[in-house]
Design a protein around this ligand. Structure first.
Ligand SMILES: Nc1ncnc2c1ncn2[C@@H]1O[C@H](COP(=O)(O)OP(=O)(O)OP(=O)(O)O)[C@@H](O)[C@H]1O
Length: 227
């Protein structure tokens, strides 16, 4: 099993972020910091800019003004290191439907198995991660024969296997049943309790996490008078 949290230091900061899309300001003068043990929930109405901000924080979009830093270095400069320290799960399942869960997961964790990475992820780890998301028995079934919730679980199985201290999760509860929601809540609680950090967009009310901070982009826009 990969050695989780071998380098677990989280220090992500955003300073004076400004972003607009289609001539509309999504956020302006936005400052935030995420460190070990933090859980930041981005809230706001549809179109407020939650996914846009998450993608900026994940280093996947550089169309903004202001500074994004990882351990005091510009995200763009340290991106290859940052990309292994943060695990980004987008709002889509992000799997290849013609492949099996096992094949998808092997592909999804490949950035953590590269020559530069110290992580060792074995096939047994992959099978255990799929078992953890209740996909035991479906490991070698093509994903196009799985339900929407099961396909979502394939992507979520990365949480059970990748050793990244910072999780960035975009609407991860989508399509999950009650048991899936409970499993994911537990993963998030445990990750934060073990000194990891999580940034999440979700309309789901997260429970029992004292370090939860909520950032409502809709309220921010009203308070800051964003146009
Ligand atoms: N690639 C793009 N090009 C142009 N505009 C975009 C692009 N992506 C998003 N937008 C616009 O940016 C705004 C914010 O979108 P975003 O997806 O970040 O909102 P959101 O808060 O995540 O919404 P939701 O709750 O519906 O998921 C929207 O008005 C959207 O139309």
């Amino acid at each position: 099993m990969a050695n989780r949290y071998s380098d677990n230091s989280v220090s992500l900061s955003a300073t004076q972020l400004y972003c607009e899309r289609d001539d509309r300001v999504l956020f302006d003068r936005l400052n935030l910091a995420v460190n070990n043990g933090d859980l930041l929930q981005l809230a706001g109405p549809n179109g407020a800019g939650k996914t846009t901000l998450l993608r900026l924080l994940a280093g996947l979009n550089r169309d903004f003004d202001g500074a994004l830093q990882w351990h005091g270095q510009p995200l763009s400069v340290v991106f290859s290191d940052y990309a292994r320290q943060r695990l980004y799960l987008g709002h889509l399942a992000a799997i290849k439907r013609g492949l099996t869960p096992l094949e998808n997961l092997r592909w999804l964790v490949s950035p953590w198995m590269s020559a530069e990475s110290a992580a060792v992820i074995t096939d047994d780890d992959l099978w255990r991660a799929l078992e953890a998301v209740e996909l035991g028995g479906y490991e070698e079934t093509p994903c196009n024969q799985l339900s929407a919730g099961q396909q979502r679980r394939v992507g979520l199985s990365r949480l059970a296997i990748v050793s990244a201290p910072l999780w960035i999760l975009d609407e991860p509860f989508t399509a999950l049943d009650i048991a899936g929601v409970a499993w994911l809540e537990t993963q998030i609680q445990q990750h934060v309790a073990r000194n990891g950090a999580v940034i999440i967009t979700s309309h789901h009310a997260l429970q029992n996490i004292p370090s939860l901070t909520r950032l409502d982009l809709g309220e921010l826009a009203l308070a800051g008078g964003l146009s």
